[in-house]
Design a protein around this ligand. Structure first.
Ligand code: PLA
Length: 431
């Protein structure tokens, strides 16, 4: 359990960064103050985009980072976002937000995660702050965990989004892993998962993906979530939900919050990281929310004040533009329904591309089973390809993806799906 899975560690292992010789020469001449600083390894996800951008090939395809593209392969700004921006421009000021961020944006975020009529919101039991998107929300929580429960650890699923490991490492919270994925069945290893929950010391912290698990695209069923929640209750574990894809699993943000709602019904205290990067397409705006459900209002006030105190020396207060966009959209019934339509549109295009990729592979006569492409949900297909096969895709076909075999389906289009299928078939066909 303690070791990282092979897939996860191979995703992290990348060739060392080579410095251009000009830089190397300058480096050896420089004074020794920073002489011991070695170049950092490339990030296993964002490093893929860097390599893609540097490739001059006209055939190149980027299915690395989980950034949504339209069917022409272009980045998308949602119509609801454009309209919110029109309302902001020339009207609203750009003053500092409070340390904890926009109160309106937080209120709307809590309704999305906890439910429109949530008793916890009404009772003011939730400590919440605007965060620097999902990453910032996770990091703020990890720092809070370290400060107030310094002896605690975090249990992280195998595999997971690679940055989870960096976040809790930099916050100096010891990490354990728990079983999640079953490579043979390409599904959930439910028995292994339940065992690890039972075997963890009482009161452990667990990181759970609320929906559209990254990278596997495999989520527990509703029934399985109920069993997980029950076992958490028995063991008094604390669930921290990373909800980076609300709306991208089923196309409906309300349905995608089901796991959280099950835990709430069962009376858990929970933590939750929300991101508007994917579901509102606000990637670079860094709009997100961290919330912690407390025992009562007094505790929530104290926890929020401490979260703000962690934020203040790091970035003082969060950015205003994305917060305005989010609160305008979610506050206006017409814009909100336009947003819901647009989220569904993105989720549906991805589902269509899953079908197309699978059909293309079958048409090419691939003897392998590609059922998992359409069984998995969310932004990613965890293809089962090995790091060596991925290297061939990149070197021979200019197809860029993470070495753990994850394909960002958000980057697959009608125009590139046949090319992608052909390349995948070539590198995976048995000799
Ligand atoms: N949590 C999970 C599970 C994620 O997959 C991502 C993003 C985040 C949090 C953070 O997103 P945010 O900070 O932008 O809100 N994962 C991406 C991008 C889409 C990345 O690696 O940063 C990915 O390609 O996996």
């Amino acid at each position: 359990m303690a070791a990282l899975s092979r897939a996860a560690s191979s995703a992290i292992r990348r060739p060392p960064l080579l410095l251009p010789s000009r830089l190397q020469a300058a480096r050896s001449m420089a004074s020794s103050l920073f002489g011991h600083v070695e170049p950092a390894p490339k990030d296993p996800i964002l490093g893929v985009t860097e390599a893609f951008l540097a490739d001059p090939s006209p055939d190149k395809v980027n299915v690395g980072v989980g950034a949504y593209r339209d069917d022409n392969g272009q980045p998308v700004v949602l119509d609801c976002v454009r309209e919110a921006e029109r309302r902001i421009a020339g009207n609203l000021n750009m003053e500092y937000l409070p340390m904890g961020g926009s109160i309106k944006m937080i209120e709307e975020s809590l309704k999305l995660a906890y439910g429109e009529d949530s008793e916890f919101v009404k009772d003011k039991r939730i400590a919440a702050v605007q965060a620097l998107s999902g990453t910032g929300a996770c990091r703020l929580f990890a720092d809070f965990q370290k400060r107030f429960l310094p002896d605690s650890q975090i249990y992280i699923p195998t595999p997971t989004w690679s940055n989870h490991h960096n976040i809790w490492r930099d916050a100096q919270v010891p990490q354990k892993t728990f079983t999640y994925y079953h490579p043979e069945s390409r599904g959930l290893d439910f028995a292994g998962l339940m065992n690890d929950i039972k075997n963890a010391p009482d009161g452990s912290f667990f990181l759970l993906h609320a929906c559209a698990h990254n990278p596997t695209g495999v989520d527990p069923t509703e029934e399985q979530w109920r069993e997980i929640s029950h076992q958490f209750k028995v063991k008094k574990h604390f669930p921290f939900f990373d909800m980076a894809y609300q709306g991208f699993a089923s196309g409906d943000p309300e349905r995608d919050a089901k796991a959280i709602r099950i835990f709430l019904e069962d009376g858990h205290q929970i933590g939750c990281a929300q991101s508007y990067a994917k579901n509102m397409g606000l990637y670079g705006q860094r709009a997100g929310c961290l919330s912690i459900l407390c025992e009562d209002e007094m505790q929530a006030v104290a926890v929020k004040s401490q979260l703000q105190q962690i934020a203040r020396p790091m970035y003082s207060n969060p950015p205003v533009h994305g917060a305005l966009v989010v609160s305008i959209i979610l506050n206006d019934p017409e814009l909100k329904s336009l947003w819901l339509k647009e989220v569904k549109g993105m989720a549906d295009r991805i589902i269509g591309m899953r079908k197309a990729l699978k059909e293309n592979l079958e048409k090419l006569g691939s003897p392998l089973s590609w059922e998992h492409i359409t069984n998995q949900i969310g932004m990613f297909c965890y293809s089962g390809m090995t790091p060596e096969q991925v290297d061939r895709l990149t070197n021979e076909y200019h197809i860029y993806m993470t070495r753990n075999g994850r394909i960002s389906m958000a980057g697959v289009t009608t125009g590139n799906v046949a090319y992608l299928a052909n390349a995948i078939h070539d590198v995976t066909k048995p000799n």
